[in-house]
Design a protein around this ligand. Structure first.
Ligand code: C2O
Ligand code: CU
Length: 498
């Protein structure tokens, strides 16, 4: 019997409530979740990101304080490292906002070294881009800077320094910035942001030298020995078998590629760097190269009470990346005792994306090379020059360009453009399906990539570089000057020769 009550009035109320529930159920797609989702209590406690209070009562403004400082952080029980942090946590505080919000960040530098914050992927004015000299002077010890801009796109972004980036990011300076679209209609209540990274330190908790291995280390791209998910090694996530979860993932490692395998199960990719893609794609392996973001829905399945492991498989991004290397265990999925959720249909969000026009687009060609060593020293080059000898590429406001980037080296390069999204296309300029907005695209060794980009109303000198930050520091960096007037010199000194 449904109801133990005897009064007809009470029965009526209960009936009305039941009808309301039914109406809600039928109005929602089959996969609709209860507002609380399906995940067991405390499911994400092992991967909680540090946060920082929004000090502004205006619902349209997110205002936070971020201080760069040294702090001891524990990445695994008993494994402590003296890291470079934002607000003492690794990763730095997780910033959440809604699309259209204004973000204000009061930044203070308490490190001994100068630094800045770059807002990776965010379409902001050049003054807020965090590039030393071009956007702002580097923030020296004891100094501060206020970042203030509007978040015009919904997606997962991230922030990190743009001074000695290979060192500073590798030492722990990075954090996630999630810009949500409350109307995206995805409807998966169990949501998680996963910051994948790595860090290298010794038994005393001292950070590994960011210049280790010299020029060869630069060419390989140095990886840290500890693989981290939200700052922890191999954390545990609880799940109900078969229940959908939305994972927004960013790879903030300075060199490491993450090639993820969820016990052979599917990842439904619904979006990438610049928000939702045109249609979802399904795959049982997921590559996320440094700087990239993936918005995926998973519905991990297993015997109730058992575990599966999210692994990072070997991926050949060039010599040194698979030799003597092994598969890494990234995260444990711990299934609750509840029975597997039956009949789950995953959402299939689509987005209308109007690609930039290939017709009439200005062709721009780039060739990435790594000439043979001279005097034990290697440098990466774009069109024959490392960044310290480069002159800017040029674009007019509103101009669409078709970039053809030939990777003539034996290493992959996740190519990043500041301040603008581009669209990967084929050699004829046709978007590679499904259409998606990127700001970081891996260009595998000995291959050529094509992309369309429209430079809108934001003039300035914008950086391009490989997001293997060792490669960037080793020469694979340049600028594109958008709009009238002379380019701002990117006063980035050449690395010291050995
Ligand atoms: Cu993550 Cu120059 O960028
Ligand atoms: Cu590279």
């Amino acid at each position: 019997m449904f109801c133990a009550c005897h009064s007809p009035w009470k029965r009526l109320v209960i009936l009305a409530a039941a009808f309301a529930t039914l109406a809600w159920l039928s109005a929602s797609p089959v996969w609709a979740q209860t507002p609380a989702g399906y995940a067991p209590a405390g499911w994400d406690a092992g991967v909680k990101l540090a946060e920082t209070p929004d000090i502004n009562p205006d619902p349209n403004i997110v205002e936070v304080n971020i201080t760069a400082r040294l702090a001891e952080v524990e990445v695994a029980p008993g494994k402590k490292v003296n890291a470079w942090t934002y607000n003492g946590s690794l990763p730095g505080p997780f910033i959440r906002a809604k699309v259209g919000n204004r973000l204000i960040v009061h930044f203070v530098n308490e490190l001994n070294d100068p630094t800045t914050i770059h807002w990776h992927g965010v379409r902001l004015p050049i003054e807020m881009d965090g590039v030393p000299v071009i956007s702002q002077p580097p923030v020296k010890k004891g100094e501060s800077f206020t970042y203030d801009f509007v978040l015009r796109d919904a997606s997962l972004f991230w922030y990190h320094p743009h001074v000695m980036s290979a060192q500073q990011v590798g030492y722990g300076l990075y954090g996630a910035l999630l810009v949500e679209d409350p109307a995206d209609g995805i409807g998966v209540a169990d949501e998680l942001t996963l910051v994948l990274s790595d860090i290298g330190f010794d038994s005393k908790g001292t950070l590994e030298d960011s210049e280790s291995g010299g020029s060869a280390g630069m060419v390989f791209g140095r990886e840290g020995g500890y693989v981290l998910v939200n700052g922890r090694t191999k954390p545990t996530l609880k799940a109900r078998s078969g229940a959908p979860q939305r994972w927004r993932i960013v790879n903030t490692a300075k060199s490491r590629f993450f090639y993820l395998d969820l016990d052979g199960q599917d990842f439904l990719v619904i979006g990438q760097d610049g928000g939702l893609q045109a249609t979802p794609t399904k795959s049982n392996i997921l590559l996320i190269t440094p700087g990239e973001r993936m918005d995926v829905i998973v519905a991990p399945k297993g015997t109730p009470g058992s575990q599966i492991t999210l692994r990072a498989m070997l991926y050949n991004r060039g010599y040194g990346s698979i030799e003597y290397r092994s598969v890494e265990e990234v995260m444990t999925i711990d299934f609750s005792a509840e029975p597997t959720l039956a009949k789950v249909t995953l959402p299939s969000p689509s987005r209308t994306i109007v690609p930039p026009k290939a017709e009439g687009a200005t062709p721009v060609a780039m060739v990435l090379t790594l000439p043979p060593q001279e005097a034990g020293h290697s440098e990466f080059r774009i069109n024959g020059v490392p960044y310290w000898k480069a002159t800017p590429f040029k674009a007019a406001l509103g101009e669409t360009q078709l970039w053809t980037i030939k990777n003539d080296t034996d290493w992959d390069h996740p190519f990043h453009l500041h301040g603008y999204f581009f669209m990967p296309v084929d050699e004829k300029g046709v978007p590679i399906a499904p259409a998606t907005w990127k700001d970081t695209l891996n260009i595998p060794m000995k291959t050529t990539a094509h992309m369309l980009v429209t430079f809108d109303d934001r003039p300035g000198t914008w950086m391009i570089h490989c997001h293997i930050l060792d490669h960037a520091e080793g020469g694979l960096m340049g600028t594109v000057h958008v709009g009238p007037g002379p380019a701002t010199e990117h006063a980035h000194p050449a690395p010291k020769k050995p």
